[in-house]
Design a protein around this ligand. Structure first.
Ligand SMILES: [Fe+2]
Length: 299
């Protein structure tokens, strides 16, 4: 049986590391607590990406985020991918590893999309068993993220939040809660995002994602190409109240601005967390950046 507290202490406020910002990060060593790196971008040993990863990893804590587990697929788990993921984790020594509660491929064909699953007991069992296999192989708990969606299945017999909780409990994994994805799905499926937040099991939430989206009025697309909008900031504030100080990061995958613009967005997150939780909260007091001279984490 899992212990009461199974999550790690908060890392503070991070950003997704993007190739456009490699030099800015190395040259200016900005005051960012940690970076999330896309696992698939670094699976080939050597070369420029791995050079930057090593250099930046010596200065900042890193977490690894993947998009290729396809945990909900009925294809066998891709052991070549898992071996490469484990090797990368051995090299990077990330604080944690995450992927998505979705399926991306079937019959060996990759859609390159994070597709939603039917929310049924059968799917819970299937996904949880595969997460357990992955965790056993990697030798650690992983974080699984809620995806945004634009369709639902007639077969679904539970709400998405019930499904996420059930998967996390059955697999004994952790949850990466994407606040923007909750907002996007709430708009597309006409539910109250606060209902989602209020039903997710706080015990298993270890990380938040924040991002922007494209709002077309009747529907919303999770494009990650805009600043975080006020509706997502409002939901972030509610999430902090519900879950406490959770490691927070901003994802920007397209229309990527200069690094200073993302730093400014992260300052908004810091200010909201400080105003919501108080200055002394471990999230706000987190100082995880590695001391490059002494090679240790600053307490
Ligand atoms: Fe996300």
């Amino acid at each position: 049986m899992a212990q009461d507290v199974i999550t790690q202490a908060p890392l503070g406020f991070g950003l997704g590391l993007r190739t456009q910002h490699f030099d800015a990060v190395l040259n200016t060593e900005p005051d960012i607590d940690w970076f999330e790196v896309l696992s698939e971008n670094y699976m080939v040993a050597g070369g420029k990406p791995r050079y930057y990863l090593k250099e930046i990893g010596e200065r900042y804590p890193l977490v690894m985020h993947g998009v290729s587990l396809s945990i909900g697929s009925t294809d066998p788990l891709n052991m070549d991918y898992l071996k490469a993921l484990k090797q990368l984790a051995n090299d990077v020594q990330p604080q944690w590893i995450s992927d998505h509660i979705c399926w991306t491929s079937i019959h060996g064909v990759n859609s390159h999309d994070l597709l939603p699953l039917p929310y049924t007991e059968e799917t819970v069992k299937h996904v949880a068993q595969r997460i357990k296999t992955v965790q056993d192989f990697l030798g650690r708990r992983i974080l699984m993220e809620n995806v945004s969606s634009y369709l639902s299945y007639q077969d679904s017999s539970m709400d998405e939040w019930e499904f996420v909780n059930a998967v996390a409990e059955a697999a004994d994994c952790l949850i990466l809660l994407d606040i923007n994805n909750i907002y996007v799905s709430a708009r597309n499926h006409n539910f109250n995002p606060l209902d989602y937040l209020n039903k997710i099991n706080p015990k298993r939430v270890q990380q938040f994602h924040l991002a922007g989206h494209s709002d077309y009025g009747d529907y919303v697309i999770d494009t990650h190409d805009h600043d975080v909008p006020s509706c997502v900031w409002d939901l972030y504030c509610a999430a902090l109240k519900r879950f406490g100080g959770i490691s927070t990061m901003i994802e920007r995958d397209a229309n990527i601005p200069e690094f200073y613009a993302l730093e400014a967005e992260l300052t908004i997150a810091r200010n909201i967390a400080r105003d919501t939780l108080g200055k002394a909260h471990p999230l706000n007091a987190a100082k995880n950046r590695k001391n490059m001279h002494e090679g240790k984490v600053i307490a």
